[in-house]
Design a protein around this ligand. Structure first.
Ligand SMILES: Nc1nc2c(ncn2[C@@H]2O[C@H](COP(=O)(O)OP(=O)(O)OP(=O)(O)O)[C@@H](O)[C@H]2O)c(=O)[nH]1
Ligand SMILES: [Mg+2]
Length: 287
């Protein structure tokens, strides 16, 4: 057996016998499957995560995307009518911390991700919500608001209404049973802090919470006031309720029940101070 010559070996392989046929079949059929598994598990073949820029029109989404893309403040932007996505690299290394200006990705570890700009106009809301519903691998949502205009009722009402829809969508996604179940964190980027009318982050937060509470009450059609107890309410009504069911006031903290982290951070696209570094850092930590 030990002195098996080459011709003898070839003879054994070429003789049609059951083991040889079985091994041959396994190689032919299993090869492509193994090859596929190896390829699909390697990182080069996976789609980078996405971060969605949402928020009403004129909030500064496109300006922010341009700043992150070029590293310099944008000169002018137009109202967006379509979604636009760019590829960026973020790093959580302390050296390159918060530096979207540093486009040199030779140092440290970087994570590639897509930043997706959406149109904010109410008539194009379906485009943005469609992106939210369809974009696979959405890792985070950045909801940009104009903090300088948020003190006015004409701005806060539509802004909060949009935010309500986004948070409710994410809440449903977090409680869904399907395989697309996910808890996506939300950053409320309080933009335009350079303007003197800008509300500080804490006020942006409370103003939005008050308005979201109002919207929640009106959308529940006064259900709780009508004498129907919480226990009598069907699951359908509960599904449309944002945050802790039956609570009097909505707070962003209630989204924690669904593992959804909501944070409000102040900044500005057009000036260095306070700048957009905090937002970049927030994104870098979540992708
Ligand atoms: N003062 C000030 N103005 C800003 C800031 N960021 C953006 N803007 C201005 O706000 C306006 C709207 O910015 P965009 O980026 O076009 O707004 P958008 O959110 O993309 O709006 P839509 O595309 O309509 O949804 C532009 O004139 C910007 O120059 C900021 O931090 N400070
Ligand atoms: Mg835009």
């Amino acid at each position: 057996m030990a002195s098996l010559t080459f011709t003898e070996l070839v003879e054994i392989i070429m003789t049609p016998s059951l083991p040889v046929i079985i091994i041959g079949l396994i190689l032919i059929l299993g090869g492509p499957i193994i090859f596929h598994l190896v390829l699909s598990s390697s990182s080069t073949y996976t789609v980078p995560p996405s971060v969605l820029l949402l928020g009403p029109d004129n909030a500064g989404k496109t300006a922010l995307l341009t700043l992150f893309e070029r590293g310099t403040k944008p000169s002018s932007t137009h109202t967006s009518q379509v979604s636009h996505s760019i590829e960026l690299n973020a790093s959580t290394d302390s050296v390159t911390k918060a530096s979207f200006r540093n486009h040199d990705d030779s140092t440290g570890t970087h994570t590639k991700f897509f930043l997706v700009d959406t149109p904010g106009h109410g008539k194009l809301r379906n485009v943005a919500m469609g992106k939210l519903a369809r974009t696979e691998k959405t890792k985070a949502v950045v909801f940009v608001v104009d903090a300088a205009a948020l003190g006015e009722q004409e701005t806060i009402a539509p802004t909060a209404a949009y935010l309500y829809d986004v948070l409710l969508f994410l809440q449903k996604k977090a409680t869904s049973k399907g395989k697309d179940k996910a808890s996506i964190p939300v950053l409320i980027a309080a933009n335009k802090m350079d303007l003197f009318t800008a509300l500080p982050a804490t006020m942006v937060k409370t103003h939005l919470e008050v308005e979201l509470t109002r919207i929640r009450a009106s959308r529940s059609k006064g259900l709780l006031d009508s004498g129907v107890g919480i226990d009598d309410v069907g699951s359908e009504e509960q599904d449309g309720w944002l945050g802790e069911y039956g609570s009097e006031k909505f707070t962003f903290q209630q989204m924690g029940e669904f593992d959804i982290d909501v944070e409000v951070l102040a900044g500005s696209v057009l000036t260095e101070e306070p700048g957009a570094d905090k937002w970049w850092w927030w994104i870098a930590q979540r992708i």
